[in-house]
Write a new protein. Structure first.
Lengths: 292, 341
């Protein structure tokens, strides 16, 4: 029945195409975009290129290009086991955190978005209030609690709090997403004898994929980049995640700027790869998914 | 499963706007059991579902977020060095000390500056960029990926990279000298007049990608039909953006501003990594959070540190509640009552 409304735009594709053509040839837009990209990338490029230089090159001409290019710094880092151990630790922590945040967050958001019950507003407020609890506020008691749970120097010791602290953002983002699923779909499913739980697994989960990817990426990046919590919980070098590793490396080789830059740029590659793989699906938008 | 609450709630929230009059009758005729009266009652199966679905999230959230925060409030009343059970109860003495410490008031002041400047510097720019990237331009997806790069890169890396670049003998000053602007070379990180602006540039650079990401998602939610209809009526591109797109983007912008304010109040990593615990206060970039770690854990005064945490939290809470009350109200109201769209 909503077909009538969806058909409407099909009658005016002309204007769409015209506008597309105009934008296509507008040089100002491309200039701004280029400027923007250059600004955003310059510091990152500085770090990567700096890794290809020697310390004397960096001292003599801080903003210069490598001449000659030195690959030794990178090889040094890649050959050592420390870097790979830290990549593994960061990966385990980030993946587990993401799965936890998405699964728990999706279930709770579904309840908040599509059930009506007393205490729903309170529950939403509880999670929303969580946005105001920075990890810094809770870090000391959290540290003591993790210690008494016997989770010090273990990845679960940072994964569990990360899931908990990731939930507020997840709920805030997913609730509107789930609410946006048209009631017609739910009605149709109900008519076909679909229970509410079945509706959750068969309709809500697939339809909320764009929202889930957004919160999943936020959780992954949040965990990958987390600094404060691992700083308190992980004291054993073998359990270090990459941010701790970078800091430890930077203070250990504080005079060897080139090597620090090489280590730093290698440590950002995994997050960049992960992000560029999934970015495409973030801005898909639920409306498109439902319409299609 | 026959659950009357489901049907009634969904029908009452259904948007009849979509239906043309002729077709509407079929849907309206569906469940005729008075929808509004039944809203409150929730059957046992539904309650079980609610408990099963939301239970795990609530438990883990209470355990690892609410409980530690509550403990912070408790420790804040004690002079406690972090060993054993706190016994030296000193009431509000920690709090009195905090508000008489010039260093804390400085930090508070810096936080306020960062809140305002973040909104002013990132908001308009991010909206503009999102509008730009929402257009049909070539290489759009590449640009979109690339501007999120700073957001994906960790604070430690950003801090390490920028502090190397901004040193007096660093790349930025060298670059300025090379292009003949040596007079603009500054001590970007230690000069108290400049350091806060350096910090703002780094913050904007790092977090604007997130704002653009949110706004783009918001723009995707605005039906293309609206701007197409406006185009048919002869509206220019800018008229359409101003009268249709921006108002409809309002809820997304307000949520972003909320996240930005809270983030600015809680800023820790970047300042701590770039300026360290002592330089930040002389450079004028210290925040409440760096003050807390410096004067709490790093000095072994866990009780005092927790009191600072409570102050930081209370300030964030008051601002957040005011914001929700006066700014987010219409958005959440619609959200919580399942308002029609």
């Amino acid at each position: 029945m909503p077909a009538t409304t969806l058909d409407a735009p099909a009658q005016v594709p002309g204007s769409h195409r015209e506008r597309a053509k105009r934008d296509w040839s507008n040089p100002t837009i491309y200039f701004i975009a280029l400027l923007l990209v250059a600004t955003m990338l310059a510091p990152v490029v500085y770090i990567i290129i700096g890794g290809f230089r020697t310390n004397s090159q960096i001292t003599n001409s801080p903003a210069g290009l490598p001449s000659p290019w030195e690959i030794g710094n990178y090889l040094n880092v890649l050959k050592g086991g420390v870097f790979w151990q830290e990549v593994l630790n960061s990966t385990i922590s980030a993946v587990a955190t993401t799965v936890g945040v998405v699964v728990l967050g999706l279930m709770a958001s579904y309840v908040l978005a599509r059930y009506r019950f007393r205490g729903r507003a309170a529950m939403y407020t509880l999670f929303a209030a969580g946005l105001m609890f920075p990890m810094t506020v809770a870090i000391t008691p959290l540290y003591i609690m993790i210690k008494s749970l016997g989770l010090m120097n273990s990845l679960p010791g940072i994964i569990l709090p990360q899931i908990a602290f990731g939930l507020p953002t997840t709920v805030i983002i997913l609730v509107p997403f789930l609410r946006a699923i048209p009631n017609e779909i739910e009605e149709a499913a109900a008519i076909d004898g679909c229970s509410r739980l079945a509706f959750f697994f068969r309709m809500v989960v697939p339809l909320s994929v764009p929202g889930v990817i957004t919160v999943g990426i936020l959780a992954f990046i949040g965990s990958w980049n987390n600094y404060l919590l691992p700083l308190f919980i992980l004291n054993d070098q073998g359990t270090f995640t990459l941010p701790l590793g970078v800091q430890a490396f930077a203070s250990q080789y504080s005079v060897d700027t080139a090597k620090v830059l090489a280590f730093t740029s290698l440590s950002m590659i995994p997050a960049l790869v992960f992000f560029s793989l999934f970015e495409r699906r973030i801005v898909g938008g639920l409306t498109g998914a439902v319409k299609g | 499963m026959a659950d009357p609450t489901r049907e009634s709630s969904s029908v009452s929230r259904g948007s009849p706007v979509v239906l043309s009059p002729g077709e509407g009758s079929a849907a309206v005729g569906l469940p005729s059991s008075g929808p509004r009266q039944r809203r409150r009652g929730v059957g046992w199966p539904a309650r079980l579902e609610i408990a099963v679905l939301s239970g795990p999230a609530i438990i883990i959230f209470l355990t690892f977020v609410i409980f530690p925060v509550a403990m912070a409030a408790y420790y804040g009343f004690y002079a406690w060095k972090g060993y054993g059970v706190p016994t030296n109860f000193i009431g509000l003495k920690n709090y009195v000390t905090i508000f008489h410490d010039g260093l804390f008031l400085d930090a508070l002041n810096h936080n306020a500056t960062i809140v305002v400047l973040s909104l002013v510097m990132q908001g308009p720019a991010a909206i503009g960029l999102a509008l730009l990237l929402n257009k049909k331009i070539r290489g759009k997806s590449v640009v979109r990926v690339l501007i999120f790069v700073p957001y994906v890169v960790s604070e430690v890396i950003v801090g390490t990279g920028w502090s190397l670049m901004l040193q007096t003998t660093g790349a930025v000053n060298d670059l300025l000298k090379n292009i003949g602007l040596g007079g603009f070379a500054h001590d970007w990180l230690s000069d108290p007049k400049i350091a806060i602006w350096s910090l703002m540039v780094i913050i904007s650079w790092k977090y604007i990608g997130f704002a653009v990401l949110l706004f783009l998602a918001g723009l995707q939610g605005i039906p293309a039909e609206l701007s197409e209809a406006a185009a048919i009526d002869g509206a220019s591109y800018w008229q359409t953006q101003r009268r249709i797109t921006l108002p409809l983007l309002g809820p997304t912008v307000r949520i972003w501003a909320f996240l930005s304010i809270i983030g600015s109040l809680q800023l820790f990593d970047l300042v701590y990594i770039i300026w360290g615990q002592y330089v930040s206060s002389t450079a004028g970039t210290s925040t409440m959070a760096t003050y807390m770690v410096t004067n709490g854990r790093n000095s072994g005064n866990f009780g005092y540190g927790n009191a600072v945490a409570v102050v930081l939290f209370m300030i964030s809470l008051v601002i957040a509640l005011l914001y929700q009350r006066f700014v987010l109200r219409r958005d959440t109201e619609g959200a919580l009552t399942g308002g029609t769209e």
